[in-house]
Ligand binder design. Structure first.
Ligand code: ADP
Ligand code: MG
Length: 356
């Protein structure tokens, strides 16, 4: 067995033995923050990062605040607190296993989702939650224990992030056109220049697509992402910095997916969007864009990224899940469906604590 494999096996054993007293035992130290997670390193465990989901932390703390009548000593064992967290960890574990089965263990860093008892530090929580109500001294939360990707910490990796330009003037008209290209690649030709207009929030991507030495690795990523999404109806989360990264290796380059997993309900989005499209074609005003808009936009950004890059590299494969939903001649009518989705998403994004 190689030294590297032995290290990975040892790490796996360590991850498997984690329990609720994790925080007291390992004393994690804060290193970074993402859009959801607080990320920690553990002294003497250079191979691991710990990610604490603020979304699940907030739900647990809100639960406490609505159950002040309960006896504090029993709270951590209360099934009402534990069950949603258990369900969330089981779902994410299942999704992570599925992701690894497509991309392989090399590309998706070993991750374990556990429920851990964590201290509630008022000074830290004050930054995260705007609440005047009393907080408990400790709570349960979902944490991820993940193999570290040293290249991210050393800042030598390149982020495969999918943010796009959003010109204020006529963006809705452009947007409708670009989305029909991204959603219906078998019916509408891709205008590469328009589709792959990345914003400054995707700083590495322009460099990546013009670097021929990375072509093989990026195409390998694209082909697998296309197969994953066509077979599972799940997108990848390519909207956050460093959710998918390219790294240099001894023989060239490779990629890693430390945070590319979407929430478990993501696989239902495709059917919801298809139903929304069908309804729009018969009765446009019946569509609930408040509810559907965010999904159409987020799924669409991913399709734009993957299908746009596949066109750029002249790959024959595409994510093609929506073509059957619409007759080709009706597709131009959907420009307005996508524009209205985007308008609803913009409006909603400015409301605090929105749920996708
Ligand atoms: N396995 C890892 N190794 C090294 N750094 C990481 C790893 N996972 C995440 N990070 C760093 O922490 C940040 C936030 O983590 P991420 O998993 O993306 O959380 P979020 O769900 O909040 O986006 C990332 O942008 C990245 O810089
Ligand atoms: Mg992220």
């Amino acid at each position: 067995m190689s030294v590297e494999q032995e290290k990975i096996d040892a790490l796996h054993t360590e991850i498997e033995t984690v329990d609720a007293s994790f925080w007291e035992t390992y004393k994690p130290e804060y290193v970074a923050r993402g859009s959801d997670c607080l990320v920690f390193k553990i002294p003497d465990h250079a191979n691991i990062v710990v990610k604490l989901s603020t979304h699940h932390l907030a739900s647990a703390l809100h639960w406490y605040q609505h159950n002040e009548h309960k006896i504090p000593e029993d709270l951590l064992d209360d099934p009402e607190l534990q069950e949603p967290l258990q369900q969330a960890t089981a779902e994410m574990d299942g999704c992570a296993r599925e992701l690894r089965s497509f991309f392989g263990p090399e590309k998706v860093p070993q991750t374990r989702y556990v429920i851990a008892k964590i201290p509630v530090l008022p000074e830290a929580m004050g930054v995260l939650f705007d609440s005047k109500k009393p907080l408990p001294p400790e709570t349960l939360a979902v944490i991820q224990i993940q193999k570290i990707i040293p290249e991210i910490i050393e800042r030598t990796s390149k982020s495969l992030t999918a943010f796009f330009e959003d010109p204020e003037d006529d963006h809705n008209q452009n947007y409708g056109r670009v989305m029909t290209q991204s959603y219906f690649p078998s019916h509408v030709a891709m205008n590469e220049e328009e589709t792959l207009r990345f914003s400054d929030k995707s700083p590495d991507i322009k460099e990546v697509v013009t670097d021929d030495s990375l072509t093989e690795t990026v195409c390998d990523f694209l082909r697998t992402a296309i197969r994953y999404t066509n077979e599972t109806q799940r997108s990848l989360d390519t909207m956050g910095p460093d959710n998918a990264v390219l790294i240099e290796t001894e023989d060239g380059s490779d990629y890693r997916l430390p945070d590319a997993l979407m929430p478990a309900n993501n696989s239902e989005w495709v059917d919801e969007i298809k139903n929304g499209i069908r309804l729009f074609l018969t009765d446009p005003n019946a569509v609930d864009f408040e509810k559907l808009g965010a999904r159409v936009v987020l799924f669409g950004s991913y399709l734009r990224f993957i299908n746009g890059l596949a066109a750029h590299y002249n790959l024959p494969e595409r994510i093609d899940l929506f073509t059957d939903t619409v007759e080709a001649e009706n597709i131009p009518k959907l420009h307005d469906f996508f524009s209205r989705s985007k308008t609803a998403w913009h409006t909603r994004r400015n409301v605090p604590n929105n749920e996708i």
